[in-house]
Design a protein around this ligand. Structure first.
Ligand SMILES: NC(=O)C1=CN([C@@H]2O[C@H](COP(=O)(O)OP(=O)(O)OC[C@H]3O[C@@H](n4cnc5c(N)ncnc54)[C@H](O)[C@@H]3O)[C@@H](O)[C@H]2O)[C@@H](O)CC1
Ligand SMILES: Nc1ncnc2c1ncn2[C@@H]1O[C@H](COP(=O)(O)OP(=O)(O)O)[C@@H](O)[C@H]1O
Ligand SMILES: [Mg+2]
Length: 274
């Protein structure tokens, strides 16, 4: 297993060419946020926008529209129960993030199933939070796409069937192969299992242990995969940047809020572009 260093940042974060426009930097569609967990999709969206993705659209419960617009006028918003809009918007994205705050009701399941029925093999699909729990509980058939799962250890236990104490590299890699795609197994030392190798993230701090931290990472992975070509490096760089920014803030803070990491992103990415 290879340890991630800040080299992954300069290998991934590109200086923007002069001759470019918002279309050059990818389209992200973020799906989640029910009437209880609006904050989760709000943070994921904010993270994708601040990562520099060119166009961001959030499909969520209509009760979240006002708060989302108030915080994030850069993002477009649509109702995730509108089947036609959901399929249209998911189809036109490069990257789809599904799950932050989606919940596990029959409505959540129907939204997730529509996303799975719509994505195509050329798209990257990040499956986070409630979407992982739903796939596990309902044994959903996974779509053909560039899949990125972002479970924490309990979600990985549900999805893989491996108890937290038994989550060894060999066992995790076996299930990754069965699932296909990449698994970002989040913990105090996140491990990333990809089709081409496994990586350990030693950056990060217990100051990050607060709700919304993973929702933020899912949005960052969305923003990075939408605009940077090498999809594996984009995932690795997002994981590393998320923790490295937290480490910087934790030098003077007891707790680091997800939204504080988000607001540091443009400065941090500027300092590491190549
Ligand atoms: N502001 C919001 O709207 C928030 C919404 N959230 C959403 O709430 C839904 C449920 O997610 P949860 O993760 O809270 O619930 P889960 O029930 O999936 O997992 C939480 C449980 O897992 C245990 N656990 C064991 N190892 C862990 C590890 N390494 N990291 C994290 N937890 C570990 C925790 O102690 C806890 O009991 C998701 O859709 C999520 O996106 C959460 O992200 C919290 C913030
Ligand atoms: N003690 C810790 N040290 C380093 N990183 C941590 C620690 N606790 C949590 N994190 C990070 O915070 C994030 C938590 O994700 P998750 O549990 O999905 O949060 P949420 O669903 O509430 O947004 C992960 O990226 C994880 O690696
Ligand atoms: Mg989570």
């Amino acid at each position: 297993m290879e340890t991630l260093t800040n080299e992954i940042l300069s290998q991934t974060i590109r200086i923007r060419p002069e001759e470019s426009h918002k279309g050059t930097y990818g389209r992200v569609c973020l799906v989640g946020g029910n009437d209880h967990f609006g904050g989760a999709i709000l943070m994921a969206t904010e993270a994708s926008v601040y990562s520099g993705a060119g166009l961001n659209t959030t499909l969520t419960d209509s009760s979240n529209f006002v708060s989302l617009h108030a915080r994030m006028p850069e993002a477009m918003v649509a109702d995730f129960t509108n089947h036609a809009e959901l399929t249209d918007l998911v189809s036109s994205a490069n990257t789809v993030v599904v799950g932050p705050g989606l919940g596990t009701t029959s409505q959540s399941l129907s939204v997730l199933q529509t996303v799975f029925d719509t994505v195509t093999p050329t798209q990257t699909l990040i499956i986070d939070g409630s979407a992982i729990t739903l796939v596990s509980e309902k044994s959903l058939k996974l779509p053909q796409a560039n899949l990125v799962f972002t479970p924490h250890q309990m979600e990985w236990q549900r999805l893989s069937g491996i108890k937290i104490a038994d989550q060894t590299d060999a066992a995790n890699e076996t299930v990754r192969q069965q699932l296909g795609g990449t698994v970002v197994l989040k913990s105090h030392q996140t491990k990333i299992y990809t089709p081409t190798g496994s990586y350990l993230n030693t950056a990060g701090t217990p100051a990050q242990a607060t709700g919304g931290m993973g929702d933020t990472l899912a949005g960052m992975i969305g923003g990075f995969t939408a605009q940077f070509e090498n999809q594996t490096n984009a995932v690795l760089a997002a994981v590393y940047a998320h923790s490295a920014i937290a480490d910087e803030l934790a030098k003077t803070q007891y707790v680091v809020l997800p939204t504080q990491i988000i607001h540091e992103l443009p400065r941090f990415m500027h300092d590491h572009q190549h």
